[in-house]
Every structure is written in structure tokens, then in C-alpha cells.
Design a protein around this ligand. Structure first.
Ligand SMILES: NC(=O)c1ccc[n+]([C@@H]2O[C@H](COP(=O)([O-])OP(=O)(O)OC[C@H]3O[C@@H](n4cnc5c(N)ncnc54)[C@H](OP(=O)(O)O)[C@@H]3O)[C@@H](O)[C@H]2O)c1
Length: 246
């Protein structure tokens, strides 16, 4: 049902995983139309023979809802796949907290802005345009550490809290859009620990075979997405497609 995307919207398009996912999409579907969203400028994907339209936008701001809606309204077609890769684990001065006392309001709120609001605003922009008959596959890159049921280690407060909030958004969205649309699948997916800027400072203690190349993670993610059906909607998926507890 979702195995031949015609138009894919890729959000957070400059990131390590997003770049690899764009590359994998173009490898599998050279003619696919790409709609890319990023705070920065458009990058291109080698071998791409379809159209690409780009919007520079800060999805963490509520003003992006109207900007993205306008961008989508002017596009030749609405996306049949949406992959939102926005996420934040650290910046120059903040990293994952080891204990409660390290929690800081501003950092938690910034984590919510990037890990949750960038996905909420994109959904709000697209939501107003959705047509009942048009198939839609939505995937938000989330993280296993955002699973409440799977949390046996603690720590990483801001990242865990904001990814858990994203997971709830995805579950809600799957219910609302599941009622509105004839064929839709909304999932969150854990890419696996992947060698990107996001994981760089934390790679020291990761076994070599547990740290994946972005190209491998992208191949797996696209492989999982193309096999999804509406019955799979509303799940948090591991990178191999198996469901994780919320
Ligand atoms: N790498 C891993 O090991 C790993 C593991 C589990 C989950 N994930 C998840 O996978 C997704 C992609 O991560 P990645 O590894 O590709 O990381 P990355 O290279 O750091 O990319 C992060 C992405 O988030 C966006 N972003 C960063 N800061 C932002 C901000 N302040 N406001 C708005 N957007 C911002 C960027 O989009 P722009 O194009 O707008 O800059 C970029 O696409 C994230 O959601 C991450 O949580 C990654």
C-alpha cells in the first residue's frame, strides 16, 4: 500500500539520518518528488531525477505552521510519505542529565521544542490539507529511550521526557487521522544508535557492532516504512520493524 511513494516530505533535512534517508529514497525511487524542510538551505541528493522543492523554516516556532501550509498548498501534490527527522540530544553547553539535580528548565523546554513541537507544528500544517482519500504514511524519528515501558536505566531526563511526549503525539495523531483518512499509517521509529552529530559525544562506550552507519540505518528505516500497512498505525517501532512498548 505504501511501497511506492510519489512525493516524500523530509523534515529536518540537513541532519545525518535525514541526509542518509534522502539518499536511500533516491536510490530506491530516483523519480520521487522531494519536499524538504530545514532551518538551512536545500541540499541535493545524488542520482535524484525527480523534482525537489525546499522551504527554509524553523519548525520549532509556531509561525512555521502557516509557512509550511502555504508551501504545501503550492506544491504539485501533497506528500504520501512524511518523515520527520528533527531531534535534539545535546548542544555546546547541555547534554543528557545523569540525575534529577542536573535538570534545567530552559534545556528541558528547548528539548520539548525540538523533539516535540517540530513534529506537532508539521502535523498541524499538513493536517488542514489532508484529503480523506489520499493515502498517508507518517514516520517520526523517535528513540527507544523515549519508551516509558522500556526505561530501566533512568537518566537523560530532557531527552527521555520530550521523546515520550513525541510518542504520545504520534499515538494521538494515529487515532485522529485514522478516523479522518481512508488509508493512513502513523508511526514513531527508533533508528538505532547511528553515527551522526547527535550521537558523536556518546559513542565511546558503544560496541562497534551497535553503532550503525547512517546509510545502513536509512536502508533499514525505508525498508520498514515501505512494508507498513494501515493496521500497523499507532506504534513505536524498533529499526527492524518490531513494535517497542510505549
Ligand atoms: N543518531 C542516533 O543515534 C539516534 C538514535 C535514536 C534516535 N535518533 C533520532 O533520529 C533523529 C535524527 O537524528 P540524527 O542522528 O540525524 O541527528 P542530527 O544529525 O543532529 O540531526 C538532527 C535534526 O534535528 C533538526 N534540529 C536540530 N536542532 C534543531 C533545532 N534547534 N530546531 C529545529 N530542528 C533542529 C535538524 O534539522 P535542520 O535541517 O532544520 O537543521 C536535524 O535534522 C532525531 O530525532 C534523533 O532524536 C537518533
Amino acid at each position: 500500500m505504501f511501497d511506492r511513494p510519489a512525493t516524500v516530505l523530509l523534515a529536518g533535512a540537513s541532519g545525518g539520518l535525514a541526509q542518509a534517508i534522502g539518499g536511500e529514497l533516491v536510490r530506491r525511487y530516483p523519480q520521487v518528488s522531494l519536499l524538504t524542510l530545514s532551518r538551512g538551505e536545500a541540499g541535493s541528493f545524488e542520482g535524484h531525477r525527480g523534482e525537489q522543492h525546499h522551504l527554509s523554516v524553523e519548525l520549532g516556532d509556531a509561525s512555521s505552521i502557516d509557512a509550511v501550509r502555504e508551501f504545501l498548498s503550492e506544491s504539485a501534490a501533497l506528500p504520501d510519505w512524511v518523515i520527520n527527522c528533527c531531534g535534539l540530544l545535546h548542544d555546546d553547553t547541555h547534554g543528557p542529565e545523569k540525575s534529577l539535580q542536573q535538570c534545567d528548565d530552559d534545556w528541558l523546554l528547548q528539548s520539548m521544542r525540538v523533539n516535540l513541537l517540530t513534529h506537532l507544528h508539521l502535523a498541524q500544517a499538513l493536517g488542514r490539507l489532508l484529503q480523506r482519500r489520499q493515502p498517508l504514511l507518517w514516520a517520526s524519528l523517535s528513540a527507544k529511550v523515549g519508551s516509558i515501558g522500556d526505561n530501566h536505566l533512568g537518566g537523560w531526563y530532557s531527552y527521555r521526557i520530550s521523546k515520550a511526549a513525541l510518542n504520545m503525539l504520534i499515538r494521538n495523531l494515529s487515532i485522529e487521522w485514522g478516523r479522518r483518512l481512508e488509508s493512513c499509517c502513523v508511526v514513531a521509529i527508533h533508528p538505532g544508535t547511528t553515527d551522526t552529530a547527535l550521537s558523536k559525544p556518546f559513542q565511546e562506550n558503544i560496541a562497534e557492532d551497535k553503532l550503525f552507519r547512517p546509510e545502513l540505518s536509512a536502508e533499514r528505516i525505508v525498508g520498514v516504512l515501505r512494508g507498513l500497512r494501515p493496521e500497523d498505525s499507532g506504534q513505536l517501532l524498533f529499526w527492524d520493524g518490531t513494535p517497542l512498548p510505549w
